[in-house]
Write a protein that binds this ligand. Structure first.
Ligand SMILES: CC(C)(COP(=O)(O)OP(=O)(O)OC[C@H]1O[C@@H](n2cnc3c(N)ncnc32)[C@H](O)[C@@H]1OP(=O)(O)O)[C@@H](O)C(=O)NCCC(=O)NCCS
Length: 191
């Protein structure tokens, strides 16, 4: 199994591409926002923290060749060239052919379907190009905007883990969504 896309990946309105140190300011503009990090496992990041992340080859890799790796791609609006968020495809297991998607957007760009469009492409990369069989997304139950993205993608809500994590000063209930490759094929009309 191997993933080696040609970048930028083009969708209807977006370009997805690996992030680089040149993106630090645009990424800091959303990674520093409390409304963006409220349901993610990190606090708002300083510019230095964002820069350190982008200097780490783990976060700027362009291909996947072993389980445990992930591609973390910037979401760029084609029309303006602006970086407005990022989307992740993580490869968890080669044996189980399993992975996970995630995404975050600058709040100025919520409400336009960009997260759904980017995450749909991450599912396509995972199922069609890498050959995954099962992809999950894990969210906090207090994040209905993210649940709506996953439902729009056609992912099934599979599990509710009640108060399973101490998260930012409270017990968080985690909701797991999933999709199988055959469900992806049915939804995307593929062979
Ligand atoms: C989760 C998050 C990405 C959702 O953002 P979002 O803007 O609601 O999601 P989308 O970009 O897919 O946009 C969907 C909205 O745009 C609307 N929309 C407008 N044009 C659209 C189009 N062409 N296609 C799809 N939806 C469109 C939809 O109706 C929907 O609005 P609604 O929720 O009022 O019905 C955003 O809240 C976020 O970044 N949160 C912080 C990070 C986070 O929590 N990430 C998830 C952690 S697992």
């Amino acid at each position: 199994m191997h993933l080696s896309p040609s970048y930028p990946i083009e969708t209807e309105r977006l370009l997805l591409r690996p992030l680089s140190p040149d993106d630090v300011d645009a990424a800091h503009a959303y990674m520093s926002r409390p409304e963006v990090t409220a349901y993610t496992p990190y606090e708002p990041r300083s510019r230095e923290e964002v820069a350190a992340r982008f200097a780490d080859p783990k976060f700027t890799r362009t291909t996947l060749d072993a389980e445990g790796q992930f591609v973390f791609l910037g979401i760029v609006v084609k029309e303006t060239g602006q970086l407005v968020g990022d989307a992740l495809l993580a490869w968890h297991s080669e044996l189980h052919r399993s992975g996970e998607v995630g995404y975050q957007l600058h709040p100025d760009h919520w409400g336009r379907g960009y997260a759904t469009e980017a995450a749909r492409e991450m599912l396509r990369l995972g199922f069609e190009d890498l050959g995954l069989r099962r992809i999950v997304a894990r969210i906090d139950e207090d994040n209905p905007g993210s649940a709506a993205v996953l439902r729009r993608l056609g992912m099934r809500q599979e599990a509710v883990l009640v108060e399973n994590e101490w998260f930012k000063g409270r017990w968080s209930t985690e909701v797991i969504f999933a999709m199988l490759d055959r469900e992806w094929r049915d939804l995307s009309g593929g062979a």
